[in-house]
Write a protein that binds this ligand. Structure first.
Ligand SMILES: CC(=O)Nc1ccn([C@@H]2O[C@H](CO)[C@@H](O)[C@H]2O)c(=O)n1
Length: 105
């Protein structure tokens, strides 16, 4: 089943809106989006809509394969990104990188 919406933690809202966060790393359950798809984005905490994104592509990536390039696309350092993923997806090795662009409001 394709996702029809996506949520982000509120603390990433600013980076998404400013264009400094251009990927998200998700588990398999949240990887079901396709290139070209447009999705409404809301906060995880209160389900408040804050933008629409268009999916560029989805690529499987293992935790061990993450590099500074991924971190830069998250507007983080690699250690910060590893910490965030360990917190959200403890013990998960297989991630999916979703590249997106923010649509003008
Ligand atoms: C239910 C829900 O909202 N889940 C998630 C899952 C991930 N992310 C962000 O994607 C990147 C890598 O995981 C990091 O920047 C994360 O913080 C998020 O914001 N929200």
């Amino acid at each position: 089943m394709l996702l029809t919406k996506i949520t982000f933690f509120e603390r990433f809202e600013h980076d998404i809106l400013s264009g400094s966060k251009t990927i998200t790393l998700r588990d398999e359950a949240e990887s079901h989006v396709i290139a070209g798809q447009i999705l409404p984005v809301s906060t995880f905490e209160t389900d408040r809509w804050f933008c629409d994104i268009q999916i560029i592509d989805v690529t499987p990536v293992k935790l061990t394969e993450l590099t500074k390039v991924h971190a830069k696309q998250e507007n983080m350092t690699l250690p910060q990104l590893r910490d965030v993923i360990a917190e959200i997806y403890p013990g998960l090795e297989q991630l999916f990188m979703i590249r997106f662009r923010i649509l003008p409001q």
